[in-house]
Write a new protein. Structure first.
Lengths: 313, 224
């Protein structure tokens, strides 16, 4: 219980405890849980910005979590699509979000880097913090946030440019002009995305000439080039054939050494294969969040069991 | 709740296992009767029918592997399939032990009858009850019953030991008893192993129901 007691601190202080002190957290705090009845944060303004909140003061939670989500609600106009989501996403692990279509998992993953901001009438309440810093704070630099939190989508979306220019795109926007430095980062990013050996001899060929699987890995390389800490993947392999899919899965497995990865997938076996933690969403609620082994071998909730065994009608 | 065609496969697997279980129980019961009634014909029948049980094991193995390959079972389905895979060889081994009992019975029947060994029939019946209850606990998904059966194993071990001591006195008493007494000691050991098989089945039933591996843990039976 001590792990969930909120503590006020400056957010410049690093959040998180050493590896050994990780504590399991209840994904759905009960009413009796002091964490769910937090005084000042529960008085959130409907806009999602608390007038009471002191910008230099946030909650610190004693876990090694990279992303901390507390009582997060999300609305599209009058429709509430996420209901009180609370979970801790651990650093340098793969967290899979599973659930039937329309369960809110894509809305949730897009909330992490505020990709939903562009949707009119969308609004959020509750908090999502990354390293203790609230991403929905009024002064958050969204461009900087999205640099730190890269994203890969279902359909690969390379720019109609060369392979090289695709990966260099974010770096050039960031002001990098040094050719040698660019070359270096591009090689490193393509290597990390397990694409370098396939494209090193045709870096200046059009990205659109690549196969679907290669295009997706290019998009991953493009996301990695700007040195993010978190990579969000929204069904990254659902449009790919089994061989390309398995390459992406291997890649995800390797990337977690350096990045925190959150992946939305409809393919439950994929979630089972690549992730360390799995969150099961249903009708906008987080039903169960646990180690992937537990979700697929011995889930606690009947709904999770029915979903992972394909009993949903 | 959607009925999946996978459920039909699961049901079929369940049905096959229960049929095998019934065959094994039958072999065990007949081996006990052959022992107590010194019935060589019956003993030969049990031996002849063992092939059928072996074939059943292969059918279940193939079906289980096929299910894993095609359906990639998870959660309760996964535990069910894993349980079947672990229970089937236990059942097959119990049937083999019943066959071993019958082989010793045939040998015993060629020798003069030894004085009755009171602990041996009790041991046989207790082991039989454990196997039956182990299968019941699987059918009903009853972890409490499974734990009860596991707890009974100590009793069977004690009976095996006491029947051995009993037979030892016969051997010391008259060297001509040694041959039969050793065969009966083997039989005692066979029943003890059948009870071990029942225990292993029950451990898998606890896993099936609760997702807990209680194998090789002290206090497994106590549910701690």
């Amino acid at each position: 219980m001590t792990a969930t007691v909120p503590e006020l601190t400056c957010h410049s202080e690093p959040a998180g405890a050493p590896e050994g002190q990780r504590t399991a957290r209840n994904p759905r705090p009960s009413a009796a849980d002091p964490a769910s009845s937090r005084g000042f944060l529960s008085a959130l303004h409907p806009s999602g910005v608390s007038p009471l909140r002191n910008d230099r003061v946030v909650e610190k939670t004693m876990t090694d979590s990279k992303i901390s989500v507390r009582d997060f609600d999300f609305f599209y106009g009058p429709a509430k699509v996420l209901h009180g989501i609370s979970l801790e996403i651990p650093a340098q692990k793969v967290t899979a979000l599973i659930g039937p279509s329309g369960c809110g998992k894509s809305t949730f993953i897009r909330s992490i880097n505020r990709m939903n901001d562009i949707i009119p009438e969308a609004r959020a309440s509750g908090t999502i913090t990354i390293d203790g810093r609230d991403v929905y704070r009024s002064d958050t630099d969204v461009v900087e946030l999205r640099r730190k939190v890269g994203m890969v989508f279902q359909k690969s979306n390379p720019f109609p440019k060369s392979i090289y220019d695709n990966v260099a795109y974010g770096l050039r926007i960031g002001g990098m002009r040094n050719k040698r430095q660019l070359d270096e980062i591009i090689e490193r990013s393509l290597t990390r995305a397990a694409l370098w050996h396939e494209v090193k001899d045709r870096l200046h060929a059009s990205a659109l000439a690549l196969s679907g699987g290669q295009q997706q890995r290019l998009c991953i390389a493009r996301a990695l080039a700007v040195d993010p800490e978190i990579v969000l993947m929204d069904e990254p392999a659902s449009a790919l054939d089994p061989i390309a899919t398995s390459k992406i899965e291997e890649l995800i497995y390797e990337l977690k050494d350096n990045y925190t990865i959150v992946i939305v997938t409809h393919n439950m076996q994929q979630a089972a294969r690549v992730s360390d933690r799995t969150a099961f969403f249903m009708l906008g609620r987080l039903i169960e969040y646990a180690d992937t082994n537990a979700i697929f071998m011995n889930p606690k909730e009947k709904m999770t069991e029915d979903y992972v065994t394909g009993r949903f009608g | 709740m959607m009925l999946r065609h996978f459920d039909k496969d699961i049901e079929e697997l369940n049905h096959l296992l229960l049929r095998m279980g019934a065959m094994v129980e039958d072999a065990m019961a007949r081996s006990i009767r052959a022992l107590l009634e010194r019935d060589t014909t019956l003993a030969n029948e049990v031996i002849a029918r063992d092939d059928e049980i072996d074939r059943m094991e292969i059918v279940i193995d193939q079906k289980t592997i096929e299910l894993i390959a095609k359906m990639q079972p998870t959660a309760g389905d996964l535990r069910f399939v894993a349980t079947i895979m672990k229970i089937t060889p236990e059942l097959e081994r119990i049937a083999d032990l019943a066959q071993d009992v019958c082989e010793r019975v045939i040998e015993l029947n060629r020798e003069p009858m030894l004085k009755p060994v009171s602990d041996l029939p009790r041991l046989a019946h207790d082991a039989q009850a454990m196997v039956r209850q182990a299968l019941d606990s699987f059918v009903r998904g009853d972890a409490a019953l499974a734990r009860k059966v596991i707890a009974e194993d100590d009793n069977v071990d004690a009976l095996t030991e006491s029947s051995f001591r009993n037979l030892l006195t016969y051997m010391l008493e008259d060297a001509r008893n040694i041959s039969s007494a050793i065969r009966l000691t083997f039989i005692g050991k066979y029943f003890e192993r059948m009870a071990d098989g029942a225990t292993n089945i029950c451990e898998m039933v606890v896993y099936l129901v609760e997702g807990k591996m209680i194998k090789h843990t002290a206090h497994a039976a106590a549910g701690e």
